[in-house]
Structure formats: C-alpha cells, structure tokens
Design a protein around this ligand. Structure first.
Ligand code: NAP
Length: 266
C-alpha cells in the first residue's frame, strides 16, 4: 500500500478547494474530493489521475449528516486512513438581515458554514485519535475577526468557526492532532456568484487587494507542512484586525458614513 498522506477536501468543486486539491495532488497527496456537483469533482479527479495522482470524487452535501458519514466511510474504505481534513465548503448570503430568507439564506448558511465543520470534524476524530495523528484545517475568513454590514449571518458563522477551531485545538493537541484556522480576505472565486448581494455604491474590496485561489491553497499546503494555529491572508490584514479590536467606535463611524448611509440612501 502507498504511504502517501490522505486528505479530505470539502468544497473541492471550485475556488479555494479546487486549487488546494490540485496543489496537494501535485505534492503526492491522495485525495477525497467532496462537494455537491459530481461532474466537477469527476473531471478534477480525472485530471489529477492523468497526472499520476489519485483522487476519489464523492458527491457530498455537507449539510446532510448521512452524506458526511458516507464521505468518511468511503474514504477509509478506499485509502485506509485520513491524515488531513480541510473543512472548506462554504458560502455567504450578503444582504441586510431583514432581506435574508430565513431558510435558504440563514439556516442554510449556518448548516454549511458552521454545523458541517463541526460534524465533519467529529466524524473523522475517532479515527485520528486512534492513530494519534491528524490535522484539521478550517477555512474561516477575515470575517471571523471583522464583521461588516450585510455579513451578519456569514460573520456569525465564521466567528463560530474561529471559536470552534480554537477550542478544538486545545482539546485534541494531546492526541497528536493539529488544528489550524485559515482567515483569508477577499479571494477571486465563484463565492461572489452566490452572495445575492445588491450594492448601490459598488463598494467592495479593490481588485488589487483580492487574492487568487492558488494563493490561499499555498497557505493550506504550508499549514500542513509547518502546522500553525492560524494563518491570516494577506498577512498585513492582521493590522486591520488589530485596529478593529482597538478602535471599534471609529470603525463603526467610518462604516456607517461610508457604506451604510450611501447604501441605504439615508
Ligand atoms: N472567496 C472569498 O472571498 C472568501 C474569503 C474568505 C473565506 N472564504 C471561504 O472559503 C471557502 C471556499 O469558498 P470559495 O471562495 O472557494 O467559493 P466557491 O468557489 O463558491 O466554492 C465553494 C465550495 O463550497 C461547496 N459547497 C457549498 N455548499 C455546499 C454543500 N452544501 N455541500 C458541499 N459543498 C458545498 C461548493 O461546491 P458545490 O456547489 O458543488 O456543492 C464549492 O466547491 C468558503 O468556506 C468561504 O466561506 C472565501
């Protein structure tokens, strides 16, 4: 049997997950690729296989507990072990709270962005504890630190992922299991196609500050190679996090004047 490490990546059908899958495959990892769009996963797995890698596409809706358990089972059946779990699947519905649909926007976000991260991790943990080895990587966001208007539910989810990540790290370190939170700012992916956001002002992250998915994928790989508690991307955003924590009143006033009032036409 091959001794190449096994990695499960959720949300591997596009964006950061897809870029991470390609990068890990190029470094010899064997992969379980999870998402709902099987055709996308299948063509990525075929591409990886043509390049000499190994990837198993598994149709998975991470908001469904049975499908989470199926993903873990078929991965163990095929590869016999799980070395790394990347909880990456997620989406944001970015509108004023009163305009968010209670079920499709609010409940669905909490299910995918928070509960699935917890349930996926819980499903692989007994296996990692038994082996006294493993690494869980959670794709959080800069919104885990800085909550801006229209991101209320998304930020609540990503704050929760940060809390979960911090607690878990302290809980499972004694078993030889590493836990890392990744906190990216804006990334050019299909994420924006699903936000349902309607901006009158067109205010958003300037193009020059947006990262590509490969940038984040390299951070995921580097976290596995040299485990760290957290990675903030781009690195200089740690100053924005600090400013937000130290001067919340100033940040409130700037955001109200520059974003909320023009958007609400007040
Ligand atoms: N783009 C950004 O600016 C940004 C910034 C910070 C953090 N993030 C985080 O990065 C992660 C990846 O997002 P991305 O930017 O790469 O966006 P993306 O291109 O839209 O990819 C999202 C992935 O999540 C999967 N997904 C969504 N709902 C799912 C479900 N119910 N079950 C299984 N898979 C599901 C999608 O696959 P299917 O549709 O095929 O299921 C897709 O593969 C997310 O957690 C996001 O919150 C993104």
């Amino acid at each position: 049997m091959s001794d190449k490490p096994i990695i499960i990546i959720t949300g591997a059908s596009s964006g950061i997950g897809e870029a991470s899958a390609r990068l890990f495959a190029s470094r010899g990892y064997r992969l379980s690729l999870a998402a709902r769009r099987f055709e996308r996963l299948k063509s990525l797995a075929d591409e990886i296989q043509q390049r000499g890698g190994e990837a198993l596409p598994v149709t998975t809706d991470v908001s469904n507990l049975d499908e989470i358990h199926n993903l873990v089972e078929v991965t163990l059946d095929r590869f016999g072990q799980i070395d790394v779990l990347v909880n990456n699947a997620g989406f944001g519905r970015l509108n004023w709270l009163e305009e968010l649909n209670p079920s499709e926007d609010i409940e669905a976000q909490v299910k995918v962005n928070v509960l699935a991260v917890v349930q996926m991790t819980r499903a692989v943990l007994p296996h990692m504890i038994a082996r006294r080895s493993g690494h869980v990587i959670n794709m959080a966001s800069l919104a885990s630190f800085i909550a801006t208007p229209t991101y209320s539910v998304y930020a609540a989810c990503k704050f929760a992922v940060r809390g979960f990540t911090e607690s878990l790290r302290r809980e499972v370190g004694v078993h030889g299991i590493k836990v890392t939170g990744i906190y990216p700012g804006a990334v050019n992916t299909e994420f924006t196609q699903h936000t349902g956001s309607k901006r009158k002002t067109g205010i958003g992250t300037p193009k020059a500050l947006r990262m590509d998915a490969e940038h984040v994928a390299r951070a995921v790989l580097s976290a596995v190679q040299r485990p760290r508690r957290s990675i903030i991307l781009p690195w200089y955003m740690r100053f924005a996090i600090l400013a937000n924590a130290l001067f919340p009143g100033v940040v409130d006033r700037i955001i109200e004047a520059r974003f909320v009032k023009p958007e609400r036409e007040l």
